[in-house]
Design a protein around this ligand. Structure first.
Ligand code: SD4
Length: 290
């Protein structure tokens, strides 16, 4: 029986990996473990970029994006621009469980949440409001790129893959803006027959390369998870060169059907990620490319 594996973005990925590993070691499916891992970070009020305590948009509203995918069946669900609901990864899962659709957005995603028993919640905390006030850009200043999504990829004891991605998106984003995180194929893609991948960083650049799907298809074609994430980052870098813009912070994770993992990011991203094998969890530093 394969040893369960979890890989999750950023130092708070440890919180996710711990919660996900517990379920995997109890024999639960990868998709449920990934959602539980994402939810543990959504519940952590000190993480300024996910769920409760996430940082607000330009007008101070916390608006959440999430998606989930089950590698066994390609079942996937997604919600975007959701306010006042904390557990958006679980909500994204509910979308494919309860409707024939993949994605719900905005006010109607919130109504769907209420219909499904998710409580209305205040996502701002005193700390997140204070941080928002302290760091807010002036109206004519460019975007402040504060970010950090949690993306969780898991493999269960039956060898199946599952993933979840949840975020409050870029800090101070324009109201209504949606990044890569709730878009299947961009922030997350999971297919038992090829692998799982996910991203964090400036969503506009991840969307431009359809990052997660690109990486999974590279693995399908024979690349290792490490090679596949590096190929995606090279493409992000090439795009910036071609467009004459600076290279944004973009980071990718991947997990193949054999339980091998890989990670790569653009220079200066300072990207760390958690890897759990069985009950052992470690924090690793990603390779940076320029
Ligand atoms: C977004 N990719 O909304 C997200 C933000 C993020 O690490 O990941 N930050 O663009």
């Amino acid at each position: 029986m394969p040893e369960p594996v979890v890989i999750a973005t950023w130092p708070f990925g440890k919180i996710a990996a711990e919660a996900a590993s517990k379920l995997l070691l109890a024999g639960k499916p990868a998709i449920d473990a990934a959602v539980a891992g994402a939810q543990a970070v959504e519940d952590d009020g000190t993480t300024r970029s996910v769920g409760f305590g996430g940082i607000g948009n330009r007008i101070g509203t916390v608006s959440l994006d999430s998606c989930v995918m089950d590698g066994r069946t390609l079942d996937c669900g997604s919600v975007a621009g959701v306010e006042n609901i904390r557990h958006v990864a679980a909500l994204a899962k509910r979308v494919y469980e309860k409707t024939p659709h993949v994605m719900l957005v905005g006010e109607w995603a919130r109504i769907f949440a209420i219909q499904n028993g998710f409580p209305l919640d205040t996502l701002n905390t005193p700390g997140s409001v204070a941080d928002w006030e302290k760091n807010r850009p002036k109206p004519d200043e460019p975007h402040v790129l504060g970010h950090d999504t949690v993306t969780v990829l898991a493999q269960d004891m039956k060898g199946h893959l599952g993933g979840a991605c949840t975020t409050s998106g870029l800090a101070y984003k324009v109201p209504g803006r949606v990044g890569d995180s709730p878009i299947i194929g961009c922030g997350l893609y999971v297919d038992d027959t090829a692998g799982a991948a996910g991203g964090t960083g400036v969503g506009e650049e991840i969307i431009r390369v359809v990052g997660a799907m690109f990486i999974v298809e590279q693995m399908r074609a024979g690349k290792t998870p490490q090679e596949a994430t590096e190929a995606a980052i090279q493409r992000v870098i090439a795009n910036a060169g071609r467009r004459g813009v600076h290279v944004a912070s973009v980071c990718f994770l991947a997990l193949d059907p054999k339980g091998n993992v890989g990670a790569a990011c653009t220079k200066g991203s300072n990207f760390t990620y958690a890897v759990a094998r069985g009950a052992k969890i470690e924090l690793l530093k990603s390779k940076e490319l320029s």
